[in-house]
Design a protein around this ligand. Structure first.
Ligand code: SF4
Length: 338
């Protein structure tokens, strides 16, 4: 990759499988990507493509029957040193410290993340004090009120004492973003953060995340099945299909010159990128195969309009196409002289 600035996060050959009674599912199967500092990387694909498992693996939150089979998760700390999160005990003190302080998650449904029996303000203040015990209770409350103001929650002095079930979906998601920002992480992972809220609020939350990203220079990995969201939010995009990266690169390059047939199909499913209407994936021929029945060779071949005989036999590697764009497809197989 041509970027001169070292990446904040580099994921290399990440593999995660789930051992189930019916067999083993390779949910993430050799995923590579980088997140430059202060940039937004969009990860897109249909449900079941492995994007959520990938971020759970980065946060070391894959639980049984899932297991990490290999790969590196190289995170560059503020002092410039690089730590491989894949080598840390998932429940150890170091990984717990990384979660929240360096890498924070904005989940899909904040209702499930806030406890209903404590006020949201108390939970955020507790997280602040957990990461920095020198902060007193009153100071933590003041910081929380400031964070509420930062994320556009009106009457923050009152709302800090609300329970999650007393807030609207949009306010809960703003409070969750305040929680994620509370320890000033350098990487935010947003897992379809606008799925559970109405369209108008979605647009406001996306605008807020953009604003915060500019203001705090926080890098964001943005997981979505919505390429319209990627167009608005991200500078780089990773397209996943059945646990593998099939294409990645700068958003402009991928949107103007999509090479992989799957990326092209995803883009055709968006009627208007300029439109405010959110469009769900996909209008692609055939269904996503069940993970137990992963097709041989290129996993997209049963649905691919350009499939050739070799596509069912061999797995295409992710090859450089120039301009930072990389594509895993035999149509661009340079070794074969095409
Ligand atoms: Fe289609 Fe073959 Fe390319 Fe896979 S490798 S996307 S099946 S042309």
């Amino acid at each position: 990759m041509a970027d001169a600035v070292p990446p904040l996060l580099r994921v290399e050959d990440l593999r995660v499988s789930f051992g189930l009674a019916e067999g083993t599912v390779r949910a993430v199967d050799g995923v590579d990507f980088e997140v430059p500092p202060a940039e937004v990387l969009g990860v897109v694909g249909e449900s079941g493509c492995g994007k959520s498992v990938t971020i759970r693996a980065i946060l070391r939150l894959v639980s049984r029957p899932g297991r990490m089979d290999g790969g590196s998760i190289l995170f560059r700390k503020a002092d410039g040193s690089v730590i491989d999160l894949a080598t840390l005990p998932a429940r150890g003190a170091l990984m717990r410290a990384m979660r929240g302080a360096e890498i924070a998650l904005i989940p899909q449904e904040p209702m499930a993340s806030f406890s209903p029996v404590h006020t949201v303000g108390a939970q955020i203040a507790e997280a602040i004090r957990l990461h920095d015990p020198s902060v007193g209770r009153a100071a933590a409350r003041d910081i929380t009120i400031g964070l509420f103001r930062d994320v556009g929650i009106s009457m923050p002095e009152r709302r800090v004492d609300a329970y999650s079930w007393q807030l609207s979906g949009g306010l809960r998601q703003r409070a969750m973003i305040a929680m994620a920002l509370s320890c000033r992480p350098r990487l935010l992972i947003a897992d379809e953060p606008t799925t559970a809220i109405d369209v108008t609020t979605q647009a406001q939350i996306l605008a807020l995340l953009r604003q915060l990203q500019h203001r705090h220079r926080t890098a964001i990995v943005f997981i979505t099945h919505d390429l319209g969201v990627i167009a608005r939010m991200a500078s780089r995009v990773v397209v996943m299909y059945l646990g593998r990266v099939v294409e990645q690169g700068p958003v402009d390059a991928i949107f103007h010159n999509p090479l992989h047939p799957y990326t092209r199909a995803l883009l055709r499913s968006i009627p208007s990128l300029a439109g405010a209407v959110r469009t769900k994936l996909p209008v692609i021929a055939g269904a996503l195969p069940h993970p137990f029945n992963r097709p041989s060779g290129c996993a997209f071949h049963p649905r691919c309009p350009d499939a050739m005989a070799k596509c069912a036999r061999a797995v295409p590697a992710l090859e450089d196409q120039g301009g930072g764009q990389r594509t895993a497809c035999f149509l661009y197989d340079r070794a074969a002289g095409r």
